[in-house]
Every structure is written in C-alpha cells, then in structure tokens.
Unconditional design. Structure first.
Length: 558
C-alpha cells in the first residue's frame, strides 16, 4: 500500500507540474505569438506596399501617356473635321497635305480616309491603294456610326498587317454624314509601350479584355495571340495581382484600362530585391520566434520543476509535522485515559491477588491436597482476570502504536464499542448517558484501525467535554450510499456559536477557553481527509452539536 500511495503522490506532483507548465506557457507564449503574428502582418503589408507602389505608379503614368496619345490624335482629327468641309477633304491633294502635317506634328499616322455613310471610302491618302474600299461590314465602321468616336483594337484587316484605327463620324444632316478614319502605326505605338518597362526582367504590353495581346510581349506571347498569363478580372481602376512565377517565385501583375479604347495596360514585375528582403525578414522572424519559444519553455520547465520540488518538500515537512502532532495528540488522549484504564486493570489484579492467596491458604491449612474442583475453579478465575488485563493492555498498546497506515477490514460498530470502552469509567463517574444507535447487522469498511480510533476518540472526547453531568451522547451509523457510510456523534452540550463553525477545524482554534490545544479537531479533519472521507458539523448554542464523519467503504488514502 505504501508503494501505491507513493505512486498516487508522484502522479499528483506530475499533474501539478503539467498544469504549471501549460498554464504559464499559455500566459507567456500567447502575447509573443500574437505580437509575432501582428508584426508579420505589418511587415508583409509594408513590403507589399513597397513592392506594388512602383508598379501602380508605372501603370498610372503609362495609362496617362497612352490616353494622352489617343486623345491628341482624336482631337487633331476632330479639328480637321471642324476646319475643313467634306468637299475639301475629298480632294486627294488636300488629304495628302493633312496626312503629311499630322505625321510631322504627331507621328504614328499611316494613312487617312474619308468614308461616306454607306461605308464606301470616297477619299484616301496613304501608301496603299484603298480608294473605293467598302467598309460597311467592318465592325469598326458599325461602331463609329453608332458611337461617333471609335478606337478599334489591333487587327489585320484588308492590308494583312497589324494596325488599329481611330475614326470619327461627322454628322452633316440628321442621320447623314461621313467618317474620317486614320490608321495608327503599331510600331510607333509598340515603342511607346515598351518604354514603360519598370525594371530589367519585367514585361509590359497591351491586351484586350478577352486577353488578346495588342502589342508584343517578351515572355507572354506575340501580337494578336492570347496572353499566357491568367485572365485578369475586369476593373475600372488600377489593380495589382500576385501570381506564381517561374522557379517558385512570385510575380506581380499590375493593370489598368486605357480610357476611350479597348486596351488594358499590363505590367508584369518579377521577384525583386524587396521581395527577397521580405523572405529574409520572414525567415528571421520565424527564427526569432523559435528561439524565443525554446528559451521561454526552458525557463518555464526549470521554474516549474523547482516550484513543484519545493512544494513536494513543503508537503513532506507538513505531513511529518502532522504525523508528529497526530502521535502527540494520541499520547495526550492516552494520558487522559490512564486513570480510567488503571482503575479498570486494578479490579482483575485484585481478583488475581485474592485467588492466589486463597489457593495458598488451601495448601497451607490442610495436610492433604485441596479438592481438584476447588483448585480448578480458583485457577479459572485467575486466568479470566489475567485475560481481562491482557485485553485492556492490548487495546491500550494498540491505540498507542506509532505506525504507517495499514488498511484492513473493520467492523465499525465493534471499533466504536472499543473506543467507548476507554471512556466507560468517565461516563459512569459523570453519569453521562451514552446511547448507540447501530443498524441491524454489521457495517464494514476497509481503512486504518488506529487512525479511525483516534478520529472517533477525539470527537467523543469533545462531546464529553461539551456536556454537563447527567448529559447525553448518541452515537449512530448508517449506510448512505453504495460506496460510503456515515458515523455521527451527537451531544446535548453547550453547542458551538455559528460564527465559529467555519473555523473549528483550523489548527490551534479552541472553544475550551484555555483548556485545549486547538489541535484535536484539526488533526481529526486531516486524518479523515487522508482516509478519503470528510467531516462536517451542525450545532446550535444551548442545544448541542452533531459531528458527521463520512467514510468510503474501500481504502482511499490520499
């Protein structure tokens, strides 16, 4: 049983150690983890801003440049329509002169054409033979008629080479008019776009909403091919996306629509020193977090081990002190019982002495041996008295023994009768009535006999101290559950004030006004708890007290 108690004790301290480690770790590590997470988010946001801000700026500037490029040419064509009438524009020399002026002033113009409202090109200036061409089925022609101004996407058309057109419809009468159409040099446009590359290794191009490239890309396809990047969600403002790139790196794609055209400007930026710096910082954050956690856990484990060790040492000192107090309390109770025990032993010793003298007289007063029956009767009386003395001393010595807990099967009724045997003479002397209310049959439990004797002797002694001469004490027991029993000791003494009921089990608290040490009930409470039970009290001043000791049927030493 000592090994089992030691095992339970070790489990208790191990559980205490684990609770200390986990609770302190939670308190210490939670702020560190939260701060590291917050710093990670702040740094990530800062690096993302540093990575994307230049892209946003480049896209915004490029978007403005392209919009200015288109707006300048649309404004020039609009000015021509306002300054020249249809007759002038249909003359070849006039149209050629305008084209030369436009090329010299703006650059990028390939040809000019005047198209009537039926779709026939009635005048043309440029390097191709396109006079008289029919554009009524061309998508751009339908658009310019309905919208007034139209910028097409890049297409091959009749000339078989990539180009796009800017067309303006000039209304002469309701529903009638003509179109001034200009073809823009894609090479000139491509050079303008290529100048927007923000850094080496980056890429810039124009594409339609459907993802068709309008200018060549260095890494995502050729003109009029579908771009190899993922589809870009439609947006009316500048957007930045982070997408997986080559070799596991991240690419940032910034894009924005070019107002008044079908184009979207796209800039692709590979991993930069900024992103590599973020990866290094993130690695340093994780290393810092790991080292901090290891150091904190090491200190917590060391501190918890030290604290639990000190708690264990304190418990051992406390248990040793309590054990000594129990023994001293037992000896004090034993001293109090000495008078009654001595008186009880004197009676059988007197019987032994008287019968021994009688037997001696029988042998000395007669020359013949006394009758056998008479001698045997005297010897039986001597043996009975000696056996009675032996029982008294054995009971006294068994109570006085100082030993470890030894659980055994105990008949509670018999144990209570044994304890009452120590107080028989005091009860007779003070005329105290002791009534036992035991149920039919025996109630047995597995516990330590010596410690239970001390518990009940302490409580019954208190009951004797509380009652006056002629008082009454009742002792009962009952089976209250499948695994526990209750023993109650009730007196009709002075009672305990209500304000003292919560402190009567405290060490050195006594209501006997200098006559007690205040350790009896405290030791009793500790023993009952150690045996796995509990002790409670109910009392009223002037009516008496009732102590209830609840004990487990099986051994539960703590």
């Amino acid at each position: 049983m000592r090994g089992r108690a030691s095992l339970l004790s070790e489990r208790r301290y191990r559980r205490l150690f684990l609770i200390a480690v986990f609770s302190i770790s939670a308190v210490a590590l939670a702020p560190l983890l939260i701060m590291t997470w917050a710093n990670h988010r702040q740094y990530a946001e800062a690096f993302r801003e540093e990575q994307t801000r230049p892209l946003v700026r480049f896209v915004a500037n490029g978007k403005l440049s392209l919009e200015s490029f288109l707006e300048a040419r649309i404004a020039a064509l609009d000015y021509i329509l306002a300054a020249r009438d249809r007759t002038e524009l249909q003359r070849s020399e006039t149209l050629n002169g305008i084209l030369q002026d436009m090329q010299a002033t703006f650059g990028g113009f390939v040809d000019l054409g005047v198209i009537d409202d039926t779709g026939i090109q009635v005048a043309y200036a440029g390097p191709f033979d396109l006079a008289g061409r029919d554009y009524r089925e061309a998508p751009w022609f339908q658009e310019v008629i309905s919208r007034g101004t139209f910028v097409s996407d890049v297409f091959l058309g009749l000339r078989g080479s990539p180009h796009f057109v800017i067309a303006l419809f000039h209304e002469v009468e309701a529903g009638q008019g003509y179109v001034l159409r200009a073809t823009i040099d894609t090479d000139f446009f491509n050079r303008l776009v290529r100048h927007l590359v923000p850094e080496p290794g980056g890429d810039v191009f124009l594409q339609t909403q459907e993802g068709i490239l309008q200018t060549p890309s260095s890494s995502h396809g050729g003109i009029l091919e579908a771009a190899s990047i993922q589809p870009l969600p439609f947006s009316t403002q500048t957007e930045v996306l982070a997408v997986p790139g080559a070799e596991g790196r991240t690419e940032h794609i910034a894009y924005a629509p070019v107002e008044g055209s079908p184009f979207s400007l796209v800039i692709v930026s590979p991993s930069t020193a900024t992103e590599l710096g973020w990866a290094s910082l993130r690695r340093n954050l994780l290393v810092f977090l790991g080292v901090s956690v290891v150091l904190i856990l090491s200190v917590i484990i060391w501190g918890s081990t030290w604290a639990v060790k000190k708690a264990k040492e304190a418990d051992l000192i406390r248990a040793s002190a309590l054990h000594r107090m129990e023994y001293q309390n037992k000896m004090a109770a034993l001293g109090r019982l000495s008078a009654g025990v001595a008186h009880e032993i004197n009676n059988p010793i007197s019987i032994v002495s008287q019968n021994a003298g009688l037997l001696k007289d029988l042998f000395l007063m007669s020359e013949r041996p006394p009758p056998k029956e008479r001698v045997l009767s005297i010897l039986d009386s001597v043996l009975g008295a000696a056996e009675r003395c032996g029982g008294i001393t054995h009971r006294l010595l068994g109570f006085a023994k100082h030993m470890q807990v030894q659980p055994e099967t105990i008949d509670l009724g018999q144990l209570l009768v044994e304890v009452l045997g120590f107080l028989e003479k005091e009860a007779e002397y003070r005329a105290v009535r002791v009534e036992t209310l035991f149920p039919d049959g025996s109630l047995t439990i597995v516990s330590d006999r010596g410690q239970l004797q001390q518990v009940f002797l302490n409580i019954i002694n208190n009951a004797f101290a509380a009652v006056d001469e002629g008082g009454q004490i009742q002792i009962g027991m009952e089976d209250i559950a499948a695994d526990s029993v209750a023993v109650w000791i009730q007196d009709d003494g002075v009672g305990i004030p209500q304000e003292h009921l919560s402190t009567i089990f405290d060490p050195f608290f006594s209501t006997k006004k200098g006559a007690g040490t205040g350790l009896g009930l405290s030791i009793t409470y500790g023993i009952v708890q150690k045996l796995g039970g509990e002790v409670t009290v109910k009392s009223r001043v002037g009516e008496g007290s009732r102590f209830i000791v609840t004990l487990p049927k099986g051994s539960r030493e703590r």
